[in-house]
Design a protein around this ligand. Structure first.
Ligand code: ADP
Length: 139
């Protein structure tokens, strides 16, 4: 099924200057860019985006990490885009992510794990609307 998913190259991915490498992996797998921009995230949007984590002890650290520098926000489109993107990323914890996955190859730990990708059709729809205006999406 053709799907759209929201990807954020997080501050660690931007600081390591590997956004092109990460994007190339998604593109090699057949995904296409239908929207793309840099955004400096703020606390309000992060509280919304990570609302299921706000009570966790590590939430302040996530807030600070995700504001270290601007992120690259993308909407990728393709067959099975949501599961495919997460498969290419690997599990949340970079230390157990297999080599060959983006997080396994470039991530450091559970928090600094290079990129975010939507995890369901419902969250993709919400996240796309959170980060992009309809006129910024070219598909
Ligand atoms: P994913 O990004 O793989 O969907 P989650 O939705 O569980 O993972 O968590 C969102 C983000 O919060 C993670 O990508 C990571 O940056 C951060 N995070 C999750 N769990 C932890 C943790 N135990 N310690 C620090 N940061 C965490």
């Amino acid at each position: 099924m053709e799907e759209k998913t929201l990807v954020l190259i997080k501050p660690d991915g931007m600081q390591k200057n590997i956004s092109g490498t990460v994007l190339a992996r998604f593109q090699k797998a057949g995904l296409r860019i239908v929207a793309c921009k840099m955004i400096q995230l703020n606390e309000a949007i992060l509280r919304e985006h990570y609302d299921f984590l706000t009570e966790k002890p590590f939430f302040p650290e996530i807030l600070s990490f995700m504001q270290e520098c601007p992120v690259l926000a993308l909407i990728l489109k393709g067959d099975n885009a949501i599961a495919l993107t997460r498969e290419l990323l690997g599990p949340t914890d970079s230390t157990i992510a297999p080599k060959g996955t983006i997080r396994g190859d470039f991530g450091e730990n559970k928090m600094r794990n290079i990129a975010h990708a939507s995890d369901s059709i419902e969250s993709a729809a919400k996240e796309i609307a959170r980060f992009f205006k309809p006129e910024e999406v070219f598909a």
